[in-house]
Ligand binder design. Structure first.
Ligand code: OAD
Length: 260
């Protein structure tokens, strides 16, 4: 089991009581979940080559249509960054939680850090970085891609062996639909919630819909909604409880509280 960081996090008693009483725990994660692994959140300032670009403008069909090598270079850099970091204590605590409660993880993150910590993920609602596919014909692309060791401004995307189209990352861009299977799996997970169950909302600013609507959907099923985030967010008001701390400290403290 995860050894809690001896620090400092004081979990409100009602948070522990809620999780103790839950049969199912829905965990909704966003970029803050991976922040302590070293993956910058979306709304953090960009650095280096991309500092003048808003990620919400790079992550679009329009940006890709105008300049695929520029957009591919950004994702290739993110792919190598994610490959080189490790799950943090928060990811590991969620994997441990699955031994104690029925855990369903729905993440907006396109990294694989939950899986690498040992969790099974119900849905990646914004897709996955590593699931490459052809931008033209949609064929999956499974060959190795070479990733830059230093950020580069432009890299030609791989070429689809089926149709010679450009290969794109398997993420959802602004304006695109969420993957049907991920939406269906999320809806089904929320449907299983009953009064007394819990939804943990971890590290999301709650501004990108439909994902930002999932906490309210969980609450409508009777779940107690607990926000874990160092700062207030757009969805704080609808949460029942708040723990104002970083995921890699709060989640281990929560799991330790259940077992201790
Ligand atoms: P954001 O970057 O919008 O928000 C990150 C949230 O994490 C903020 O509320 C931070 O306060 C919080 N945070 C930072 N460090 C944290 C820590 N150590 N522990 C817990 N929380 C922490 O990320 P998302 O809400 O995930 O979409 O962004 C949602 C979507 O917008 C992304 O999935 C992406 C993006 O553009 C697409 O690409 C479609």
């Amino acid at each position: 089991m995860t050894t809690p960081d001896e620090s400092t996090i004081a979990l409100p008693a009602e948070v522990l009581t809620a999780v103790q009483g839950a049969r199912r725990v829905l965990v909704l994660t966003g970029a803050g979940m991976s922040a302590e692994s070293g993956v910058p959140t979306f709304r953090d300032a960009q650095s280096g080559l991309w500092e003048h670009f808003d990620p919400s403008q790079l992550a679009t069909q329009e940006a890709w249509g105008e300049d695929p090598p520029f957009v591919w270079a950004w994702y290739a850099w993110r792919m190598q960054l994610v490959r080189d970091v490790d799950p943090n204590a928060g990811h590991r605590a969620l994997a441990d939680l699955a031994a104690l409660r029925e855990v369903m993880i729905v993440t907006q993150n396109v990294d694989d850090l939950h899986e690498r910590a040992g969790s099974s993920v119900t849905a990646h609602v914004h897709g996955r970085l590593g699931e490459l596919r052809c931008a033209d014909c949609g064929a999956p692309y499974t060959a190795e891609v070479s990733l830059p060791v230093e950020p580069m401004e432009r890299i030609d995307p791989p070429t689809c062996p089926e149709c010679e189209g450009d290969v794109r990352p398997g993420v959802v861009w602004f304006g695109e639909m969420l993957p049907d299977a991920a939406v269906a799996a999320t809806d089904a997970a929320i449907d299983t919630l009953e009064p007394g169950d819990v939804a943990l909302v971890v590290g999301t600013s709650g501004v990108v819909y439909p994902a930002a609507g999932y906490p309210a959907m969980a609450r409508a099923e009777g779940a107690t909604v607990i926000e874990i985030n160092p700062t207030e967010t757009e969805i704080s008001d609808m949460c029942d409880h708040h723990v104002r701390g970083p995921a890699a400290e709060v989640l281990p403290a929560l799991v330790a509280g259940l077992t201790g």
